[in-house]
Ligand binder design. Structure first.
Ligand SMILES: NC(=O)c1ccc[n+]([C@@H]2O[C@H](COP(=O)([O-])OP(=O)(O)OC[C@H]3O[C@@H](n4cnc5c(N)ncnc54)[C@H](O)[C@@H]3O)[C@@H](O)[C@H]2O)c1
Ligand SMILES: [Zn+2]
Length: 404
């Protein structure tokens, strides 16, 4: 089925109208197999410190799901929370790039947020929690982004506790809580772990397309080759865009960018000053500046630099600043006005982007892109502190917790 053509808003409306219970309702679950009475949860209890805690698994309401976690990626946002707690959430159950198997579900749960049937044994991912503004964020997806919505893995701790994917089990609440989830049983574990970061880039590319500049034969510069930039390259490649130049200072990441579909790369460490660096990007494109740029670092200097890589009348999508990274200095005359740059910002994703992402992951595999290799390191739950330190050291790419 082509999920892009499904009327998701209408289906989600029907699903939500059928979800009226809550976690404290009478247990009416359909349990499968052996479900333990307690579950381990990795709680960030202090800066740079997780404790593995054991909590009772709450009784399941008619609209709730209990999911056995298989794995969860560590995101840059988790790294910020681990180091500085910018959201003031400690103690918190983190992990929002997770996936797992439904082991029990309330009797009212029949379909996922796209209307696809679900049953015990299916594999799912969660998307946004739309409790604050459901009318706008759920049904007007093309007009508003999901700005203030919550996600599992960044919720304040409460008496359920099983709120994050760095755990053995996660408790997905139905009803007015506003949870959304998707049945992704047709994707393998690695693909399912990569859904959330890939959705960020699907959204960014959709934002970029609104400029009308991104075409099959466009020259595209992708600045920053962490997981975000690398996935950006993979998405462009699955769209048939082939003139891609990757820019970073890390030779290993630039080499991987080529495996993901970039045909040329520029190491900024090889150039002195922005003029020389812009010349390097132009040379890499055979004497032309880029038609379009994706800014995929959280470095303000990199924001200022990327304008110099783009031709007059070209386009730029800035998506690197999920967290405040400080101010950037540009010259509005040279960089924006006289060049007539078409600039768009991009922020997370919509439900629709999730569905597009499932198709992208199948296409990426189909054309042989090494998506699984993005997951460079896998740790068991009990080594979550080591996994986060590895993530901070930036010596791998996507670090994941994989449950046995
Ligand atoms: N818009 C969104 O919704 C959204 C969502 C998720 C992440 N992000 C942001 O995207 C950014 C990238 O995420 P990531 O996980 O890939 O991070 P990362 O830190 O792993 O990768 C960033 C890369 O940029 C490179 N870099 C740094 N300065 C550079 C410069 N001046 N020129 C070229 N390359 C430079 C680094 O070497 C690194 O490889 C982060 O800042 C993150 O906060 C945004
Ligand atoms: Zn994330």
């Amino acid at each position: 089925m082509d999920m892009n053509n499904v009327n998701i808003e209408e289906i989600v409306r029907q699903v939500l109208s059928g979800m009226t219970g809550n976690a404290s309702a009478a247990p009416a679950a359909k349990p499968a197999g052996q479900i333990p009475k307690t579950a381990r949860v990795a709680m960030l209890t202090a800066l740079e410190h997780y404790d593995i805690k054991e909590f009772p698994i709450p009784p399941l309401g008619d609209d709730d799901l209990l999911v056995k976690v298989e794995g969860c990626g560590i995101c840059g946002t988790d790294a910020h929370e681990f180091k500085r707690d910018p959201f003031s959430l400690i103690p918190v159950a983190l992990g929002h790039e997770g996936t797992g198997e439904i082991v029990a579900m309330g009797k009212n749960v029949k379909v996922d947020s796209a209307g696809k049937p679900v049953k015990v044994g299916d594999k799912i991912v969660t998307c946004m929690i739309f409790k604050d503004d459901p009318d706008i964020t759920m049904f007007d997806l093309n007009k508003k982004n999901v700005g203030g919505a919550d996600v599992y893995g960044l919720l304040p701790d409460d008496d359920i506790h099983l709120n994050g994917w760095f755990s053995d089990y996660i408790f997905i609440r139905g009803g007015a809580f506003g949870s959304t989830f998707f049945n992704v049983s047709d994707l393998d574990l690695d693909s399912r772990i990569l859904i959330e970061p890939c959705a960020v880039l699907i959204h960014a590319v959709e934002r970029a397309k609104t400029t009308g500049i991104l075409k099959f034969n466009s020259r595209v510069v992708v600045q920053g080759c962490g997981p975000i930039g690398l996935i950006c390259i993979a998405i462009l490649r699955t769209m048939g865009i082939e003139n891609i130049c990757a820019v970073d200072g890390n030779a290993q990441r630039l080499a991987f960018a080529k495996k993901m579909g970039a045909d040329v790369s520029v190491n900024f460490a090889d150039y002195q000053g922005i003029e020389a660096l812009a010349g390097g990007v132009k040379d890499a494109f055979g004497g032309y500046l880029a038609d379009f740029g994706f800014q995929c670092t959280g470095n303000p200097k990199a924001h200022a630099n990327i304008y110099k890589f783009i031709r007059n009348g070209g386009g730029l999508c800035e998506l690197g600043f999920f967290i405040n990274g400080g101010d950037a200095t540009i010259n509005p005359h040279f960089d924006l006005c006289s060049k007539e740059i078409n600039l768009v910002g991009s922020w997370v994703y919509t439900l629709r982007d999730y569905v597009t992402t499932f198709d992208f992951l199948k296409r990426a595999k189909g054309i042989g892109l090494p998506m699984s290799e993005l997951i460079s390191d896998r740790y068991p739950l009990e080594e979550i502190n080591e996994a986060h330190q590895k993530n901070l050291a930036m010596t791998g790419l996507k670090i994941a917790i994989i449950n046995k």
